[in-house]
Write a protein that binds this ligand. Structure first.
Ligand SMILES: *Cc1c(COP(=O)(O)O)cnc(C)c1O
Length: 411
């Protein structure tokens, strides 16, 4: 008899997006003429930067020639890409990271889940609430939690509430934990961390021997030059943090797939006997065994992100989305709504008016404005009373959506 991983049965059956889809479908069935505007999706909408497309076209041509063909590459990624990343994303920002500490992958979603392969099963773990659901579900699947309660909170995890009162920066875990997931700029709240806030986390982690799993998928959206883009800009982070980066949101690689994870060589975990073990070594071993690298063509595309043309094109993409976010913020504020985020992230976190629940406000916008958002409660119990609007859409659609929301709210 084949046994299954019964931890999967604790999962809350992907409640959020299916329920959003169900409500959209029901609405569309009743109003087939309605032209919905989707501001709920976390996927980019602009095409690939030309520099990336051209680099991939050239690489693809080469793959069809005897001299330019590439078979299996290094599991950790080609050195030229790792070196380019280090130069632009780390050395230029004063971060002491080296090329062999970069591990190229096909996505941060996989890396933030797969990292659990090299960590023990008895760590105390903290996540924020609201949270990017991948961190939580990966821990459920790995058997690191008990069942969920009626609010969808799993026993065995410590939830750190993100609220307007704490500026959407989580309080330090108490009692202490061994592992904490942080995401800045944040999905879903759109909040960003200051240097001082990150320093507090690094100090906390070092004093408790904890590991920070730092998701910086949205770093390119940071507008203020004073704000840190990487946890490794913070002194001491080499001893307590792993960073996840992705080309999905800055360069539109959601369908192309390339990302990377930074594991400093100085980082250690411990065996039950207290012996220190290099996490860099374990992750290298894990990737070499279970992963065969990202395609040559795609890595050439990612490399082109750092070319002068690529940098200019990525900056332009970010500008398009951030202008959308500014339009959303401005219009909703004009309606008297409290809005957060959207200044260094492509997400605006909207407080629902009149003490409405997340789903109630979702329904009001769907029915009254034909605009689709994402209910905050879908990201965690503390997201109740909020709605996430995404800036990933065309300017015209964003402006139309805001005009419709104004009409519906001002009625
Ligand atoms: C989009 C996103 C990522 C990127 O995932 P990929 O697998 O690299 O596409 C990572 N973290 C968060 C929070 C995201 O929203």
């Amino acid at each position: 008899m084949v046994r299954v991983n019964t931890h999967y049965q604790k999962l809350q059956a992907g409640y959020l997006f299916p329920e959003v889809q169900r409500r959209i479908k029901a609405f569309s069935a009743e109003h087939p003429e309605a032209d919905l505007i989707r501001l709920g999706i976390g996927d980019v909408t602009e095409p690939l930067p030309a520099a990336c497309r051209d680099a991939m076209a050239t690489a693809l041509e080469a793959m069809g020639t005897g001299t330019g063909f590439h078979g299996y590459g290094p599991e950790q990624g080609y050195h030229w890409l790792r070196q380019t990343i280090v130069q632009h994303d780390y050395q230029q920002r004063g971060c002491p990271i080296e090329a062999d500490e970069i591990f190229i992958s096909d996505g941060s979603k996989c890396d933030t889940s797969n990292i659990l392969d090299i960590l023990g099963d008895d760590n105390r773990i903290a996540v924020t609430d609201p949270v990017y659901p991948v961190y939580v579900d990966a821990n459920v699947m790995a058997g690191h939690t008990g069942p969920a309660d009626d609010q969808g909170r799993y026993s065995g995890l410590q939830y750190l509430p993100l609220t307007a009162d704490n500026d959407f920066c989580a309080p330090l875990p108490a009692p202490p934990v061994d592992l904490v997931y942080l995401c800045f700029p944040n999905n879903p709240t759109g909040a960003v961390a200051t240097r001082a806030q990150l320093q507090r986390w690094v100090d906390y982690a070092r004093s408790h021997g904890a590991l920070i799993l730092f998701d910086a998928a949205y770093e390119a959206f940071i507008q203020d030059p004073e704000l840190p883009h990487s946890i490794f800009e913070i002194p001491g982070a080499r001893d307590c943090a792993i960073e996840f980066r992705s080309f999905s949101k800055n360069a539109g690689f959601t369908g192309t797939r390339c990302a990377f994870t930074v594991v400093p060589k100085t980082l250690t975990g411990h065996t039950r006997d207290g012996d220190a073990v290099s996490l860099w070594q374990l992750w290298g071993r894990r990737q070499s065994t279970k992963f065969n690298g990202v395609g040559y063509v795609v890595q050439r595309g990612a490399e082109a992100v750092y070319s002068p043309a690529g940098q200019a094109q990525v900056a332009q993409l970010v500008k398009v989305y951030m202008k959308n976010a500014a339009v959303i913020r401005q219009q909703l504020q004009g309606l008297g709504l409290a809005v957060y985020g959207g200044q260094h992230a492509p997400y605006v976190w909207v407080k629902t008016p009149d003490s409405m629940g997340s789903w109630q406000f979702f329904d009001q916008l769907l029915n009254g404005a034909h605009v689709v958002g994402t209910p905050g409660i879908g990201f965690g119990a503390a997201g109740e009373g909020y709605l996430r609007l995404s800036a990933f859409n065309s300017r015209a659609q964003v402006e139309a959506a805001m005009a419709r929301i104004a009409q519906c709210r001002l009625q």
